[in-house]
Design a protein around this ligand. Structure first.
Ligand SMILES: [Ca+2]
Ligand SMILES: [Ca+2]
Ligand SMILES: [Ca+2]
Ligand SMILES: [Ca+2]
Length: 133
């Protein structure tokens, strides 16, 4: 009896672990799937910003209109937060959040208007995926 409960517990735990891992490791292709609304295989800045705006609202759990470092739950490093927080208060408002998303987009982009899977695999692309997953 107790053995069965133990096994069930382990099964639930490993399932939970797998889900957590999948979330933490969003790949360029799964990011593209979520963000690329017109399904042309690349994302434009408009597509990324529309998605980022949804994420801002979803992450903003205490509904005070801004994201603080805690609400980001590790999606942004201390340095990233500082660089995004252009008015140097303690929080990111939506324009600051979207401004930082735009900065990462431009950093990852090779000079056309879109990001493909290869560009999303670059350091700035990875940062963008981590921030918006
Ligand atoms: Ca697209
Ligand atoms: Ca908040
Ligand atoms: Ca701010
Ligand atoms: Ca590009």
């Amino acid at each position: 009896m107790s053995k069965r409960i133990l096994i069930a517990g382990f099964a639930a735990l490993s399932l939970f672990g797998a889900v957590g891992l999948a979330n933490a490791k969003t790949t360029p292709s799964s990011f593209l799937k979520a963000v690329d609304k017109d399904s042309d295989g690349t994302v434009t800045l408009d597509e990324v910003k529309a998605y980022a705006s949804e994420r801002f609202k979803a992450l903003e759990t205490d509904k005070d209109g801004t994201l603080d470092f805690k609400e980001l739950k590790g999606r942004l490093s201390k340095t990233g937060f500082k660089s995004a927080n252009t008015d140097a208060d303690k929080t990111l408002d939506e324009p600051e959040f979207l401004g930082y998303v735009e900065k990462l987009f431009k950093e990852a982009n090779d000079g056309d208007d879109t990001l493909d899977a290869k560009e999303l695999a670059k350091p700035a692309g990875k940062k963008l995926i981590t921030l918006l997953h």
